[in-house]
Design a protein around this ligand. Structure first.
Ligand code: AMP
Length: 258
């Protein structure tokens, strides 16, 4: 049966409030769209004055993936957390200077005017050059979702580790990180949220898994971002095309190495 990518974006006075996306059967389009509108209206960041729903037929094969394994490293202070992130990036083969500079870039706001980008930086892991065509927008990974079964399984898994209240943010980040880590050309990802209440960030790669690090940014800060470190010489156009449009459905949770 045909599947569709449904996306929701909510804003107020043209400022982004919330967004979400799903991959669903045609039969579920009505209920899922209604649910996303409901979610936009009730978002804790405020009531939107515009909600956009887009529905697109997925006309290429959907890649089904198991998540990266999840680990958590507790750091008491931001400086310690950032050293841990730097070390993890170095473990994937990224140079010490580049790893440090990348963390500094996110910390100051990676857009040219030191604000938060809408999407991610793409960084050549050999030269350190930024490859994303637009340094304000960055590149947005999209067309990805998790099955209901995997989602229920993740919820139970997180509950067992006292992380039930973190389900939404972990689930969304894990889907994105899994898609990005499994793409040809990706070496690693570094992320922390722009949500002032979420100070947990992560480093992810196929080899490391999804490694959450507490206190990766100061409490109350609204500066966040993402960096995708890539191999030198990738075909940038097809990499970006895959990030944006390659459909990925997560259907299994990897529960090792927590
Ligand atoms: P969030 O974890 O949603 O707060 O996002 C943290 C940062 O990651 C944002 O400030 C953006 O710079 C970036 N970002 C958010 N969503 C995406 C996405 N779908 N693809 C790439 N980068 C993103």
């Amino acid at each position: 049966m045909d599947k569709f990518n449904v996306r929701m974006r909510a804003s107020r006075k043209q400022n982004h409030i919330s967004g979400a996306e799903k991959i669903v059967h045609a039969d579920d389009l009505h209920s899922v769209s209604a649910h996303l509108i409901e979610r936009a209206l009730k978002h804790e960041n405020g009531r939107p004055d515009a909600i956009n729903i887009s529905v697109k037929l997925i006309d290429t094969p959907i890649q089904t993936l198991e998540t990266l394994p999840i680990k958590t490293i507790d750091a008491e202070e931001v400086s310690t957390a950032r050293k841990i992130a730097q070390k993890l990036l170095q473990d994937t083969g990224i140079g010490a200077d580049m790893a440090r500079d990348a963390i500094e870039l996110l910390a100051k706001g990676a857009a040219p005017d030191n604000t938060v980008m809408r999407g991610a930086v793409i960084l050549d892991s050999e030269t350190g050059h930024r490859l994303e065509p637009d340094r304000y927008r960055g590149v947005r990974a999209s067309t990805m979702d998790m099955t209901q079964e995997a989602s229920a399984d993740l919820r139970e898994h997180l509950k067992a580790y006292g992380l039930a209240d973190r389900f939404s943010s972990i689930s969304e980040a894990l889907v994105l990180a899994t898609k990005v880590a499994r793409m040809d050309g990706t070496i690693a990802e570094l992320c922390w949220s722009d949500d002032p209440n979420n100070t947990v960030g992560y480093v992810a790669s196929e080899q490391l898994g999804f490694v959450r690090i507490t206190n990766l940014k100061p409490e109350g800060s609204n500066i966040g971002g993402r960096i995708f470190f890539v191999e030198q010489g990738i075909d940038l156009e097809s990499y970006i095309d895959g990030l944006e449009k390659g459909p990925v459905l997560i259907n299994k949770i990897n529960k090792t190495n927590f």
